[in-house]
Design a protein around this ligand. Structure first.
Ligand code: CAA
Length: 258
């Protein structure tokens, strides 16, 4: 386990865990915190012993948003010249699966960060929202774009325009969250999912993630073609031979990750 200024990292088996650790500010996402998150995720992505990544916060807060105290006095020209938040998206370039394990508040940038991950597993006390409107601003790290893809226009507009929060069960019904579990079982459940993913072939998992993510960027015809290319590519791997041979011979596969 490693403790940095704003995060803690840990490895459990083949799963790399990044825990936001700025409790006094409810894990508000200051610049330094996001730099540490991206660096940790990139280092797990490069580590051959890691097959999946979990991003989590505390029981009280996954993250209560961008750091309002840090932003409050910035001028247009500051945030424009810095392209504020543009580097947050680096987490979406991670090739291994990233699971957001959310307890407590996931608000503003916190909700946006969770949506940048490949799936969200939530504790039953979690709360999601885009309250920027209450601060006289709007979501700036993907909230207006990713929320609509996750839950549709009417529900996205409702969250963005009212600033209201939804609870974990509502978020699951709306399709924002993959699974809700009792709050105290969150990490246990996230690790079960991460370990299951890690038990499969890593290059195939990466292709599956890449194919699903391509649907956000492409038309249906282009996306189907892209999926097809990746599907055919799986037949160039030893693991496709292994997985199918194991099925045919009624035995468990042993994936070789190539
Ligand atoms: N930025 C900076 N500090 C924050 C913060 C944030 N986003 N959220 C909470 N904190 C700080 C509080 O200021 C407080 O610090 P002090 O002890 O120094 O006063 C500490 O964390 C604890 O917070 P509260 O006392 O407010 O805790 P609470 O339990 O009463 O309320 C809460 C919890 C409802 C989440 C409330 O803290 C809150 O509304 N936070 C702000 C949520 C928000 O507006 N997020 C959007 C930010 S803008 C954004 O994210 C832009 C973007 O698109 C990227």
């Amino acid at each position: 386990a490693k403790s940095l200024e704003f995060i803690k990292t840990n490895v459990e088996g083949k799963v790399g865990i990044i825990q936001l650790n700025r409790p006094k500010a409810l894990n508000a996402l200051c610049d330094g915190l996001m730099q540490e998150v991206n660096a940790a995720a990139q280092s797990f992505d490069k580590d051959d012993n890691i097959a999946a990544i979990i991003l989590t916060g505390s029981e009280k807060a996954f993250a209560a948003g961008a750091d309002i105290k840090e932003m409050a006095t910035r001028e247009f020209i500051d945030v424009y010249n810095q392209s504020m938040f543009s580097s947050w998206g680096d987490i979406t370039k991670i090739k291994k699966p990233v699971i957001a394990a959310v307890n407590g508040f996931a608000l503003g940038g916190g909700c946006e960060l969770a949506m940048m991950c490949d799936m969200i597993i939530a504790g039953d006390k979690a709360k999601f929202g885009q309250p920027e409107i209450k601060l006289g601003t709007i979501p700036g790290a993907g909230g207006t774009q990713r929320l609509i893809r996750a839950i549709g226009k009417s529900k996205a507009m409702h969250l963005v325009l009212t600033g209201d929060m939804i609870d974990a069960h509502q978020a699951e019904r709306d399709g924002l969250v993959a699974k809700v579990v009792p709050a105290d079982k969150l990490m246990e459940e996230a690790l079960i999912v991460a370990n299951k993913i890690a038990s499969y072939s890593l290059p195939i998992t990466r292709m599956a993630k890449e194919a699903v993510n391509s649907s956000f960027e492409m038309s249906l015809q282009e996306g189907l073609k892209y999926e097809g290319r990746l599907f055919y590519a799986t037949f160039a791997t030893a693991d496709q031979k292994e997985g199918m041979d194991a099925f045919v011979n009624k035995r468990a596969p042993t994936f070789k990750h190539h």
